[in-house]
Every structure is written in C-alpha cells, then in structure tokens.
Ligand binder design. Structure first.
Ligand code: CTP
Length: 404
C-alpha cells in the first residue's frame, strides 16, 4: 500500500522515524512529507534513507509529475505524525502552502492524525474546535496520550507510541473480512527442559505468527496469540485491543492451552514450531560433568497438537466450519519435492490449509522476510506470497477468508 507520512514541527518527530521503519518493514511504500519546520528536528537524509523515496517539502519540486497533487491522489492512507496545533489549524482551514498541505487537500484516502503539543495548546478552545471539525469530516485521530511533555511539563499532548500508530494504520488499510470471528494463532518455538538451565529448542522467533495475529486483529477478528518464547520486542508490535497473549513454554503447555481455546475458535493457525520430542526425564538439578559425562539424552514423543485439534473437530467438539491452518518449515531445496511433502503433511494432519516455507541458514527463521506456498483442498496451491512477514500473513489470511 502507498502511505504518505506527513511530519510537522514537533520534538515527537524523532518517534516518527520508528513509525516509518515499522511501516516499511510491513511492506508498505512510504513517502515522507515533512514541513520545513519538521526538518529542524529530523533531517531529509534520515527520511530518505528510511523510506527509500526522495523527500521534499515544497510544491515547486518535481512539478513535471504534478507531485503536489499526485502524492495525495496515489495514497491509500495519509498519516500526520506528529500533528502540531498549527498544522491541525491549517488542515481545518484547508490551507495548502506547502507539499503536505496540498497532499492533504488532494487526497481522498483516509487521514490519520497523531497530535503532539503542550497540554495548554491541546486544551485550547481553538484546537478543540478544530479537532471536532476534523473528526466530523471523517478524519481519524489517535491520541494524544497523557504523559511527560517537552520541557518537563506533563498532561495530555504526548504523541502516542509508533507501534500504536502503525496498528491504527493497519486497521484503516485492512478489509474487515474477519470481523466477528475468533482466531487463535500459535507462534514461536517450544522449549523442552533437560535440566533447570538447559533445553531442547528451535530457531523460531515467532515473528510470522505475531504478524498473523496482528493482521487478523486488524481485519476485525478477536485474537488469542499463544506465544511460545516470543521476545518482548516481537510481542510489542502485536498490541491491539482485541488481541490477547497466552504465554506457554513446553509443547505440553502449548497443547493444553490450544485444546482449551480451540473449542471456541473459528480459525486456528498453528505457526508455532512445536518440539516433536522431549527428554524422557528432566533432571531436578543442573547436570554437571563432575557427576559424569552426558553422552545421550533419551527422548519421548510429544503428541501432534494440530493433528489432535483436527481430530477433535472431526469428532464435533469445535464450532461449525472451523478452519485449521498448519505450517511446514522444510529444508528440501527442490520446490516440487517440497510441495509433495507439504501435500502429504496436509493429509496426515487433517488440516484445511498448510503453508510451506523453505528454511535454511539465511531464510525463514529469525529474518523479517518470508516466502510461503499454501496448499489447500486436493493438494492445490491456493496462494503464494513472498515479502515481509506481514505481507505473507495477509496472503495466508486471504486464503483463510476464501475457504470460509
Ligand atoms: N505441530 C504440532 N505438534 C507437533 C509438531 C508440529 O502441532 N508436535 C504442527 C506445527 O505447529 C506446524 C505443523 O505441525 O503447524 C508442521 O510441523 P512439522 O514439524 O513440519 O511436521 P511434523 O509433523 O513434525 O513432520 P516431519 O517431522 O515429518 O516434518
């Protein structure tokens, strides 16, 4: 999607740097339009490097391509963050004396404002009247938050955090095709303890599952994210009023939680990397070399969680029409062989869709990018996507919406 990020002259502009990163990481094309004043806080090179698009403030640049209206016409969303009291007043009056002003007048896309100013300026009758006018015109508002302001003051006027603005942006861009559905996503990798300090684990970061959960929430679903060892950083990007996180540790814990939440789920997406085996015995004390060398660990099998959920569905203990999606991270380099394996796995597990991706030293785990093919009914490839994990999540949820 094409997003214009307008930046106006407030200290919160430094936080917009992170917003631009979040949006580009999600696969959006971002064009930053600062005001002249905003450049006193954060300079052009920063915006150009992050957005990978040229940055100008004036309507007289790139006149041949009618940039002063084209940006607004081509935008799917315009965000102004921070939006100062002055800019809010200008937007209300329709003043277009710079590139951001013309872009805002020329756009028919949704506009999202993230105000930032001193509490007195926010409370001022002029600002409040302007805000009321803008909201009545259908402009979306996020914040301001209550908190510490520049100069040591505090009160309402603080720009909300970039993650919240990004989430609001995703919600404005997303179709509401999952509204009313309860979606459960598992993410991350289980850890099977060997002793109190060691475990058998895997390289799954939980980023793909977190992106699926965020995207499902943005598309209107009530989401439970069952998170196995997903880092706080990754979870921070999933904050959404209709998303709850259930942390788990081992495969057995994950199985228990999934069984509990699955009975009410319309859609289950098993993106977690679940250990197939666990140590037969967990040592109560740390294993030491003094106690003798450790040359083998006996393992016992964990049950297949997603296969059990599919079996429970067949037995009638799930909402009618429940959709189950499994994942398969494969190392087979040959695409045809990989697909054949994915087809067999889909049948074996009894799921509706199976998303298969190639993993190796560079791809799949821990990275921001992913590439998947989704195998559906009869083994047909019903979707494929490559790009950011958010883009991959969109394609997988499109496939879910299509089978429902
Ligand atoms: N899975 C699960 N329970 C397990 C192992 C895996 O629910 N004990 C789920 C994963 O969440 C994923 C899918 O099954 O959605 C694929 O897992 P994968 O490890 O690729 O499949 P396996 O059944 O382990 O097959 P194989 O080891 O032969 O590749």
């Amino acid at each position: 999607m094409n997003i214009v990020v307008g930046v106006t002259g407030g200290i919160a502009a430094y936080k917009t740097v992170h917003l631009v990163r979040l949006l580009t990481k999600s696969g959006h094309e971002v064009t930053v339009v600062p005001t002249e004043d905003a450049l006193r806080f954060v300079g052009t090179p920063t915006w150009e490097a992050l957005s990978r698009h040229p940055v100008t403030t004036s309507v007289h640049d790139d006149v041949a391509r009618v940039r002063h209206v084209a940006l607004g016409q081509n935008a799917d969303l315009v965000i102004v963050a921070p939006a100062t009291a002055n800019t809010i007043a200008k937007i209300t009056a329709g003043i277009a004396d710079d590139l951001l002003g013309t872009t805002l007048l020329a756009t028919e896309a949704p506009v999202l404002l993230a105000p930032a100013m001193h509490a007195e300026m926010w409370r001022n009758a002029a600002t409040q009247a302007n805000i009321a006018t803008l909201v009545a015109r259908g402009i979306h508002l996020i914040g301001p938050a209550d908190g510490e302001l520049a100069g040591g003051d505090s009160g309402p006027g603080r720009m909300v955090e970039p993650e919240q603005i990004a989430e609001a942006a995703h919600a404005l861009l997303a179709p509401q095709d999952l509204a009313g559905l309860r979606v459960v996503v598992s993410a991350g990798g289980t850890r099977e303890p060997i002793d109190p300090v060691r475990f058998l684990g895997n390289r799954s970061s939980g980023r793909q599952g977190a992106a699926l959960a965020s995207e499902a929430a943005a598309r209107g679903a009530a989401v439970t994210l069952v998170a196995a060892h997903v880092s706080a950083d990754v979870l921070a990007e999933t904050r959404h009023p209709s998303l709850v996180v259930e942390p788990v540790g081992t495969a057995a814990e994950l199985a228990d939680v999934m069984k509990r939440v699955a009975v009410e789920a319309d859609v289950i997406v098993m993106a977690a990397a679940v250990a197939d085996y666990r140590p037969a015995e967990v040592a109560a004390q740390k294993l030491t070399k003094e106690a003798g060398p450790l040359t083998r660990i006996d393992l016992v099998e964990n049950g297949d969680v997603v296969a059990a959920l599919a079996a429970a569905r067949s037995a009638g203990s799930a909402p009618a029409g429940q959709t189950i999606v499994a994942f398969a991270a494969e190392t087979l380099p040959d695409p045809a062989e990989r697909l054949e394996r994915a087809r067999r796995k889909r049948e074996r597990k009894g799921v509706d869709l199976l998303a298969v991706n190639l993993v190796d030293a560079e791809r799949g785990f821990e990275s921001a990018e992913n590439a998947v093919e989704v195998v559906g009914e009869g083994g047909a490839v019903v979707a494929s996507a490559a790009g950011s994990k958010r883009e991959v999540a969109q394609a997988i949820l499109d496939a879910v919406a299509a089978v429902r």
